[in-house]
Design a protein around this ligand. Structure first.
Ligand code: 1HN
Length: 348
């Protein structure tokens, strides 16, 4: 026993009852949970096999139209947090389906969104007056408070992975949203304008610096893959990540979006990585190849279009199969870096 404790110690139960009646509570009950030595999370490792989920996404197309639903999406819920519409503690993700001829009407909100195209060809997203046609592997952004609508004038269904910072915005109780006046927003620039203007190693000569979100809102897979292909011949491999590149805002060199960081990485055939941890829980989507990721000792095998989660601070190890593998990923690392929170640890 601690000698410093006075003999006239109050009745603990009775003290707690009085505290509760005044909306107070003792910190010493919860301090170690509130301020843990290392990240602790209800988020668990998980994998969604595309072959298993695709039929349900298509079935959703028979249940409701994109217009009725506003956004026809099946939410990917972390099994450690069912019913909470989140894939990690800080991020939302879902699979969105747009059938030929459909429109998902224009709206805007304070949440930042990203799309990673999984299947289909030639549906579009319009962002603040410009459309972009979407192909598998494209990374498309809709920065916060930008008008956006989607449509599919192709003859195939299109499915993409949505990532939003919904839980982050909820944490701050800072959610605002409004519907557009028209179903499809008025277009003011031709297709390809933003990529040519901001994403071609050039900038308008009098471009103002800054901007929280990248003015490039489609990073086409064709270009990304070409870059990885060229680099993988010359580069040294990172022992944990293979060849991992981040998507950037060309006006700042920082992540393309202020809250969510996005990456594309190539693991060469036969790659066997070393252990890695970081404080950003990461959502991966396989684009090409097959492989496995060991997460805290649990093995998850993945192939094209599969989606999996590595929770915060859990040890992960990537291995590629017999051909080069390509993984897209996103996390809240951008937000954590801005707040000085982000950390990583590598095994050598
Ligand atoms: C949203 O606006 C989209 O624009 C997708 O495609 C998913 C989930 C919650 C709130 C807004 C989209 C969303 C969303």
């Amino acid at each position: 026993m601690n000698e410093a404790i006075p003999a006239t110690r109050v009745d603990d139960d009775e003290f707690r009852t009085r505290l509760r009646s005044l909306d107070m509570a003792p910190l010493w009950d919860v301090m170690a949970t509130l301020v843990s030595r290392e990240p602790r999370t209800p988020c668990v490792p998980a994998l969604w096999r595309y072959d298993a989920v695709r039929p349900l996404v298509m079935e959703a197309g028979e249940v409701i139209t994109a217009k009725e639903a506003e956004r026809r999406v099946l939410v990917l819920e972390n099994p450690g947090m069912p019913g909470m519409s989140r894939i990690t503690r800080s991020l939302y993700a879902g699979l969105q389906l747009i059938l030929p001829g459909e429109v998902a009407p224009s709206h805007r909100h304070s949440q930042t969104a990203l799309r990673f195209v999984i299947e289909g060809n030639g549906a579009y997203t319009a962002v603040d007056g410009e459309r972009t046609m979407m192909q598998p592997g494209d990374f498309v952004t809709t920065p916060h408070w930008t008008w956006h609508d989607h449509g599919n004038e192709s003859s195939e269904p299109m499915i993409w992975l949505d990532g939003l910072d919904i839980p982050i915005v909820s944490l701050f109780d800072a959610s605002f949203a409004e519907p557009g006046e028209r179903e499809e927003q008025q277009l003011s620039r031709p297709i390809g304008d933003a990529l040519a203007r901001y994403g071609s190693g050039l900038l308008p000569v009098d471009q103002e610096p800054g901007a929280l979100s990248s003015p490039v809102f489609n990073y086409p897979y064709l270009r990304t893959r070409e870059a990885l292909d060229a680099l993988c011949r010359a580069s040294e491999w990172d022992p944990c990540h293979g060849l991992r590149m981040k998507y950037v805002n060309p006006l700042t060199g920082d992540h393309a979006l202020p809250t969510m960081a996005t990456f594309m990485q190539l693991l060469p055939a036969g790659f066997s990585g070393t252990g890695y941890r970081s404080s950003d829980a990461t959502v991966y989507a396989c684009v090409e190849g097959t492989g496995e990721t060991e997460i805290d000792g649990q093995r998850f095998r993945w192939g094209p279009r599969d989606i999996f989660i590595v929770p915060s601070w859990m040890r992960s190890v990537h291995r590629a199969g017999g051909e080069d593998a390509v993984l897209f990923s996103f996390s809240d690392r951008a937000a954590q870096e801005r707040l000085g929170l982000w950390r990583e640890a590598r095994e050598s």
